[in-house]
Design a protein around this ligand. Structure first.
Ligand code: ADP
Ligand code: TYD
Length: 247
């Protein structure tokens, strides 16, 4: 099957523009153009799988962006799967209990182990199989969350990343959403009843500081204060270019 980039399929006229003007125009067009017609399924064939992760403290807008990206990709006929961690598996259920009831007698080491075991299962059962099927995997939280949240409990974030990378593939793109923690807590308060046991200002400040310390060729800091549509437009533009590279 013909390999095309998302923008080639959606807005073929943009490809002819080129140059800075073309970039600006295509950015504008992607933000404001009407969405493409709905497609019936995965009609694009990718040459490889792509792992794109959405990270940040609670309330930064990760899930909103992950869902928007999934919808947009499906509309473009891209084979895509959206996953999240913690999962709904056995380890994920143990984790959700400490989120709702508090950490209680669970030690930081046990907590760290649960997140890692949950991920090990997710990698084996969901992430690697989808990548082998040349799908785009959109993942709502990954090991940078472990490095930041459990790092804020005193573990070394770099060591956590290294331990995870022994079994978990390094993502092609990792978006780190940054929003002032006070604003995140306000968003959470407005969107649902009550906070989880991790959603405390002092803790989230530490966690966000660790997220902000991450650097790397695949890591992107995202200003999560902009409007959801503007953020989506920026992310889509970059992801389209990345996947378009394999034409
Ligand atoms: P996360 O997955 O990071 O916890 P969500 O995507 O669930 O965050 O968003 C938390 C709340 O903030 C939701 O009510 C959502 O509608 C709102 N929200 C998401 N993105 C933005 C944004 N860019 N600006 C303002 N509010 C947002
Ligand atoms: P969250 O994405 O908020 O899940 P949901 O929206 O389904 O409730 O994740 C739950 C919490 O788990 C969140 O506070 C971040 C925390 N967390 C860690 O502490 N370490 C990790 O490795 C992961 C993946 C999440």
């Amino acid at each position: 099957m013909h390999q095309i980039s998302i923008s080639e399929q959606v807005q073929p006229h943009l490809l002819r523009l080129g140059g800075v003007g073309g970039f600006l125009f295509s950015n504008f067009a992607i933000l404001f153009a009407a969405p493409p017609p709905l497609d019936n399924g995965d009609n694009l064939e990718l040459k490889r799988g792509w792992l794109i992760v959405f990270e940040g403290i609670d309330g930064t807008g990760k899930s909103t962006q992950c869902q928007k990206m999934e919808t947009r990709m499906r509309e473009c006929g891209v084979p895509v799967i959206r996953l999240r961690e913690p999962t709904d598996g056995v380890w994920g259920q143990k984790i959700r209990k400490i989120l709702s009831d508090g950490r209680g007698a669970v030690t930081p080491k046990e907590e760290l182990t649960w997140f890692i075991e949950d991920r090990r299962e997710d990698v084996e059962k969901n992430i690697l199989p989808a990548l082998r099927e040349n799908k785009v995997v959109l993942l709502d939280r990954y090991y940078y969350s472990t490095a930041a949240y459990q790092g804020a409990l005193g573990f070394d974030p770099e060591a956590i990343c290294r331990d995870n990378e022994a079994f978990a593939p390094v993502p092609d793109l990792a978006y780190l959403f940054i929003v002032p923690p006070e604003q995140c807590l306000k968003r959470i308060e407005q969107s649902r009843d009550g906070y989880s046991s991790f959603e405390r200002l002092e803790y989230l400040v530490k966690v966000q500081n660790i997220f902000e310390s991450f650097h790397g060729p695949h890591i992107r800091k995202v200003d999560g204060v902009s409007s959801p549509d503007v953020i989506h437009g920026q992310l889509f533009l970059e992801i389209d270019e990345l996947i378009g590279l394999i034409k």
